[in-house]
Design a protein around this ligand. Structure first.
Ligand code: HAM
Length: 404
């Protein structure tokens, strides 16, 4: 039997309700914050992710579903959503237009990681990207929007924040860090030894305990920021405090993607095990220019839908819709006609096969229908339909032409 690939999952009843509820809730809130829906292709040129997420990142270096297509193009399934949205922003010349553009999206992302609880190879993100607003108030507003989304979904979290500086302050910091790392090089894990040359900042979030112990005395980014980055970081901290958001400074938060500048953040949950990041994002002021667009400040985030499905508190579901069934085959045309009539304003579940009343009621109950309407022998003769309200338990017979 052919099975789904490792790390890839079908989403069906009852998980589909959580899945849709998360997307609908997040979309509604993003729209309230002025975001518009954008859809971009799942397949993009590999070069897009190499240049944005970064060649030395794990995502690009180890985890891409990359192949040469029939036309000889080097393509890959998107490992994340930001790069494609930035490409679309530039390709549609919105960078030249100026002004502020805010987009939201949701859909599958693909990373060839080692599957485990909370870590899939195909997973779904909901994300937002805001272009053209360089102020730290936009970073704060995005964090506030994520708070609204998690509050609406009934999910608890802690926010971790850090600043990743800018081209003015980062080179100096990086030099200090590399110098420090060379001093402890021999004792670091193999990956970290390699990262000293390729991407020293990533050493900071190494998961190996002995590395973390060695890093305790390493230079801290936020103590080495230029004046502008420092001022933004302090403003963000003050705003988060003033709004009583549960946050902590995390000097080791560097994120797994290379495009960030200044604000970086993650929302983590203590309730879902090792893969605790439920959302992540930050500012990426250089990416548009990096992908050959006109320099445009930007900030965004994405949340992991599967991880949130583990945590979401679903609202009480009330019964909804109509179940239509028959106990006499000749009633089929009336059932079809009523189903079409009712579908203009409510959900209708139809059963075309003759069944006992008990079987129909059971099926209607299982589907969560509010009303169960059946045409039996007596009803057929009288031009009527029997209706039971499955909430109030009230039963009655109604003339077919009066049914609504
Ligand atoms: P990210 O932190 O790589 O950021 O992913 C965002 C979220 O996607 C994570 O916090 C996590 O909940 C979920 N996620 C990531 N990998 C997996 C996986 N293998 N299985 C299940 N869930 C996963 C980004 O992707 C950036 N594009 C976010 C962003 C948007 N930054 C600026 N704009």
């Amino acid at each position: 039997m052919i099975q789904a690939l490792r790390g890839m999952k079908d989403i069906l009843n009852p998980d589909n309700e959580r899945f849709i509820h998360i997307i609908n809730t997040a979309s509604r809130i993003a729209e309230r914050y002025g975001y518009q829906y954008i859809e971009t292709p799942l397949l993009e040129e590999t070069a897009l992710f190499k240049r944005s997420v970064g060649e030395s990142s794990d995502i690009v270096g180890k985890e891409m579903y990359q192949f040469i297509d029939k036309g000889g193009h080097d393509v890959c399934l998107r490992p994340e959503g930001t790069a494609g949205v930035v490409r679309a922003f530039i390709q549609n010349k919105l960078d030249k237009k100026g002004g502020i553009h805010r987009f939201y999206y949701h859909g599958p992302m693909f990373r060839y990681e080692r599957p485990q609880k909370g870590r899939l190879r195909e997973f779904h993100q909901f994300g937002c990207e805001s272009f053209g607003e360089g102020s730290v108030y936009e970073d704060f507003t995005i964090i506030l929007m994520i708070k609204d989304i998690f509050d609406a979904l009934g999910i608890g979290y802690t926010i971790k924040i850090n600043s990743l500086g800018c081209p003015e302050c980062m080179p100096g910091y990086r030099e200090n860090l590399v110098q420090h790392l060379h001093g402890i090089q021999e004792e670091l894990c193999e990956d970290c030894q390699r990262r000293i040359e390729t991407n020293p900042i990533r050493v900071l979030d190494c998961k190996v305990e002995s590395c973390q112990n060695l890093l305790k005395s390493s230079p801290v980014i936020v103590e080495n920021l230029c004046e502008a980055c420092d001022s933004d970081f302090n403003t963000l901290v003050k705003l988060l405090e003033a709004h009583s958001l549960p946050f902590e400074r995390d000097p080791k938060l560097v994120r797994g993607l290379d495009y960030y500048t200044r604000t970086a953040f993650e929302f983590v949950s203590s309730e879902i095990g090792a893969q605790s990041a439920i959302a992540g994002g930050g500012r990426y002021n250089r990416l548009v220019e990096f992908l050959d667009g006109k320099s445009t400040p930007a900030v965004g985030f994405a949340l992991g839908i599967e991880r949130i499905m583990e945590l979401v508190k679903m609202p009480e579901v009330s019964r909804e819709g109509l179940y239509l069934g028959l106990m006499e085959p000749e009633a089929i045309e009336t059932i079809l006609q009523l189903a079409h009539q009712q579908r203009q304003h409510e959900t209708v579940y139809t059963e075309y096969n003759k069944k006992s009343l008990k079987a129909h009621l059971k099926a209607a109950d299982r589907l969560g229908a509010k009303r169960c309407a059946i045409i039996g022998e007596d009803e057929l003769k009288a031009g009527e339909i029997w209706v039971k309200d499955l909430e109030t338990k009230e039963e009655k017979r109604i003339a077919i032409d009066q049914f609504n």
